[in-house]
Design a protein around this ligand. Structure first.
Ligand code: GLN
Length: 250
């Protein structure tokens, strides 16, 4: 899953870019930046975190880019600005690691339905197309078994979306739902990934609920197979609580 010729971090600091916190940061998605940053620092890495507002250019030299979810109108504005800016596409060409949630995930695909009911072009960084679900909004806890190639434990998260995401041939499902709707297509898939570009419907924030995912992004950035262990008792307690909540009878 590693991009051929991907550059290792060019110096000792990890460049973490949080994209458009002013438009895309619902349901605590800011926590993803906090958790990735903290887990990097716990491993002794020097982290340069850049929060890029939507009126600022996207730096192209980041190692890891994080994009959160958003309501329908901010999602359209974010897609327009990201297309115009072009920086995220250039970063992807450089082999950057890009992790996106919900509205951010839809924006990374080929297109989605915007707040005006129109087809809005995305960035085409992952082979998915999002339509507007005809049924009830997908809301609730999610448990999903991750693609074994990623080496992650079962994911827990919270979803809240109307969009339904269809995967094209070059996108792999990130996970298979055990509880919840995920991509919403009825085929049991949740999220998608290709190379080092990831999309998921899981809020929570997903990095706090699944810190191994944060570590996966760090391992990809560092081009290593393992990281020093951390004390994850707090994360485990949260995880147990959310699994219990997701599986208890209604
Ligand atoms: N507006 C999008 C949808 O409803 C994304 C929502 C979100 O990011 N939570 O599908």
């Amino acid at each position: 899953m590693r991009r051929e010729g991907r550059n290792r971090m060019s110096d000792s600091s990890l460049r973490l870019v949080w994209v458009y916190p002013d438009l895309l940061s619902t349901y605590g998605d800011q926590g993803n930046a906090l958790v990735v940053e903290r887990r990097a620092r716990q491993r002794g890495l020097d982290v340069m975190r850049v929060d890029v507002r939507s009126d600022q250019p996207i730096p192209t030299s980041g190692d890891i880019y994080l994009i959160g979810g958003g309501e329908d109108r901010p999602q359209r504005l974010a897609a327009e600005r990201l297309r115009r800016d072009g920086g995220l596409n250039r970063a992807a060409e450089n082999g950057a690691i890009i992790f996106s949630v919900c509205a951010g995930y839809q924006i990374l695909g080929h297109e989605f339905i915007n707040d005006l009911g129109e087809r809005e072009p995305g960035l085409g960084l992952i082979d998915v197309v999002s339509t507007r679900g005809e049924g009830e909004r997908c809301v609730g806890d999610v448990l999903a078994d991750c693609d074994p190639a990623l080496g992650l434990p079962q994911l827990t998260g919270f979803e809240n979306h109307q969009g339904v995401t269809h995967l094209g041939p070059t996108a792999r499902p990130l996970a298979r739902t055990v509880v919840g709707r995920g991509n919403g297509t009825g085929d049991g898939t949740e999220g998608a990934f290709h190379d080092t570009v990831f999309g998921t419907y899981l809020h929570g924030p997903v990095m706090a609920r699944n810190p191994q995912f944060a570590d996966l992004l760090l391992k990809l950035a560092l081009d290593v197979n393992a990281l020093p262990p951390t004390d994850d008792r707090w994360y485990e307690a949260l995880r147990d609580e959310r699994i219990a909540a997701a599986t208890q009878p209604a």
